[in-house]
Design a binder for this molecule. Structure first.
Ligand code: AGP
Length: 617
């Protein structure tokens, strides 16, 4: 996620843009930049790091302009640096672009433009947009060339373009990430989100996918993908500024839970080919020669990321038959691990700054292992110390409880397991071709679960006063039981444990009575015999709990008729291929924990005693 602001009007352009970017820093903060135009001349200023660095530069060497665009970056391609910071420009330096999202076909376009002698100066996918518009200018207006360029882009993008040769005009286009237009009196705004506009106007137009808008002092014209003018149905936004930063959600955690369809979509974008069945993970930088010689894989992580690691073990061992060991970052280096130059060590971390995980990586490097990180922050310590990086493109995660980063980690692990399985010929083309469409379908399945949030709220009301809870799962669902329990304990302070369901008879059954809630993970993929067998065993475990009057909350597949006869509460999840069920089942558990914490009056975004990134050992 990045933050975009554009302004045309009579106010101080730099102030409007910078103040707007301040309100969008939650969307990305590894570099920032601004471009303004005065007397047909473009002035650009950029800075790596927080927005304050750009402000400091502007204070020491001010800029003024008649209109302009600005950007705060959350890097997905190209390190966080001043040269990769937006805005980017074309060869003439007159066409300027800022962008949020991913241009999936940027390499194809870049190759074509380089053959036309366009000179690129950054690693970003964004820069190609300015050169593409430039290449299409002959015989066209700036608006016409921009519209033609946008038609050639594939992927998810929100972009703003300006040109020194087209005064007082901003082109805005949306296909995925949000863009909202602010309509003032002879002044017009565009931004990634409402907070950037609230101090100037409450009259807003929320652009739809495929639309392109032209902003000028004369007004705003919006066209659809066919070039037809569409009515600008203005909405008056009543949000308070604080509410607006959370997109109208009460907490960052809730907002981030609801961002998961987008974050999964962006994490997958450009990494699979449905036609060929290829998994496109060259960014993992695993040499062919090494792929064939890997003897063992270790996955090191902490907390929620460690739960993702456990699921990674199931997926990678199943798809590649390579042994996978899992370690807490805090434990790995104390057991003299069996690591060699034939080991692949995967480090999973949302922040990329967790001290325990970094320490484990350094231990592995001392034993000549190859390091691959699955991380959410480009340029983080972990990403810099790894040989290859697979980024979860879920955007900044502000809530301490990790949600969207976790499901993006799982999506990356599915892709990595497929990639390794295909490289090692331990997966058939048919197995891969059957799973890829399910991955594409995943975001809409998650959205279906989010649309049922009120049913999870009702269950939360029934159990929010309990002092304990058990989460039970089998096989690849067991890590989800652990993650569901962690979500509950870290934001509601209820003592909750995740347990392998088969272990209940070896002790935990003693805990069960009519006051004890037990969340059981019993969804299944009817097409997968292993999944059905796991389900049958889970039914037995649920009956064990029922026999002891436990309060049963069961996560079950749609259409399941047996579970409602056994459980007091049933949470339905859509049918999906077995390896993707964990990603679906955690969604209602995230929301269950959230609603219970709210009912208990807890500080959901900043729970007591915890930090978002644990940079101490
Ligand atoms: C998860 O909800 C917690 N906030 C915590 O367990 C977290 O997952 C852990 O500290 C690891 O953080 P990382 O992914 O940034 O390395």
């Amino acid at each position: 996620m990045c933050g975009i602001v554009g302004y045309v009007g009579s106010k101080s352009v730099v102030s409007v843009i910078i103040n707007g970017l301040r309100k969008l820093e939650y969307r990305g903060y590894d570099s920032a930049g601004i471009a303004v135009v005065r007397n047909n001349q473009v002035f650009i200023r950029r800075a790596s790091g927080k927005l304050a660095n750009l402000v400091r530069s502007l204070n020491s060497t001010p800029l003024t302009g008649d209109y302009g665009i600005g950007h705060t970056r959350w890097a997905t391609h190209g390190r966080p640096s001043e040269e990769n910071a937006h805005p980017h420009r074309d060869c003439t330096g007159k066409i300027i672009v800022v962008h949020n999202g991913i241009i999936e076909n940027y390499l194809e376009l870049k190759t074509r433009l380089q053959k036309e002698n366009h000179r690129f100066v950054t690693e970003t996918d964004t820069e190609i947009i300015a050169h593409l518009v430039e290449s299409l200018m002959p015989g066209r207006s700036f608006e016409g060339a921009s519209a033609e360029a946008i038609k050639q882009l594939r992927g998810s993008f929100a972009i703003c373009l300006i040109s020194a040769d087209c005064p007082n005009t901003i082109i805005a286009a949306r296909n995925g990430p949000p863009l909202v237009l602010g309509l003032g009196k002879q002044e017009f705004f565009v931004a990634s989100d409402v907070p950037a506009l609230l101090e100037h106007t409450r009259d807003m137009y929320f652009m739809k996918d495929g639309e392109m808008a032209v902003l000028s002092p004369e007004g705003v014209i919006v066209r659809d993908s066919d070039g037809q003018v569409v009515p600008c149905d203005v909405q008056e936004v009543q949000w308070s500024p604080e509410m607006a930063e959370k997109g109208g959600f009460r907490h960052y955690m809730l907002k981030e839970v609801h961002e998961q369809p987008r974050s999964i979509r962006e994490t997958i974008a450009g990494r699979i080919s449905l036609d060929s069945g290829d998994i496109l993970l060259d960014e993992a930088m695993i040499p062919e020669a090494f792929l064939s010689k890997i003897e063992r894989i270790h996955i090191v992580a902490c907390g929620t990321s460690w739960h993702a690691a456990l699921i990674g073990k199931f997926l990678i061992e199943d798809f590649t038959r390579i042994p996978v060991e899992i370690d807490y970052g805090s434990e790995f280096r104390y057991r003299n691990p069996l690591v060699s130059d034939r080991s692949l060590v995967i480090a999973i971390s949302q922040s990329g700054e967790t001290a325990d995980t970094l320490a484990a990586v350094r231990e592995a490097k001392s034993k000549h292992a190859r390091i691959l990180s699955i991380c959410n922050v480009v340029g983080s310590m972990l990403s810099r110390e790894s040989d290859g990086n697979l980024y979860t493109r879920s955007g900044p995660e502000i809530g301490v409880a990790s949600t969207k980063a976790f499901t993006s980690q799982l999506a990356v692990l599915v892709l990595l397991a497929l990639y390794l399985g295909r490289a090692r010929n331990t997966l058939s083309g048919e197995q891969i071709h059957s799973l890829l469409p399910e991955l594409i379908r995943l975001p809409q399945c998650i959205q279906q679960l989010l649309d049922r949030s009120s049913s999870y709220e009702e269950i939360a009301g029934a159990i929010c006063r309990c002092n304990n809870a058990l989460y039970l799962g089998r096989g690849i669902h067991y890590p989800i039981a652990l993650e569901g329990a962690l979500k509950l304990k870290e934001i509601s302070y209820i003592h909750a444990e995740g347990y392998p369901a088969g272990e209940m008879k070896h002790g935990p059954n003693a805990l069960i009575d009519q006051t004890f809630p037990v969340v059981t993970l019993a969804a299944r993929d009817k097409q997968n015999p292993k999944s059905v067998l796991r389900y049958e065993k889970m039914i037995s475990n649920i009956e064990e709990v029922r026999a002891r009057q436990g309060i049963i909350i069961a996560v079950a597949s749609e259409g399941d008729k047996r579970i409602p006869e056994l459980a007091q509460y049933v949470i339905r999840v859509p049918e999906i291929a077995d390896p993707l069920l964990p990603i679906l089942m955690i969604i209602p558990l995230q929301l269950l924990a959230y609603y219970i914490a709210v009912l208990r009056g807890c500080d959901v975004d900043q729970p007591r005693n915890l930090a978002k990134s644990v940079t101490v050992e």
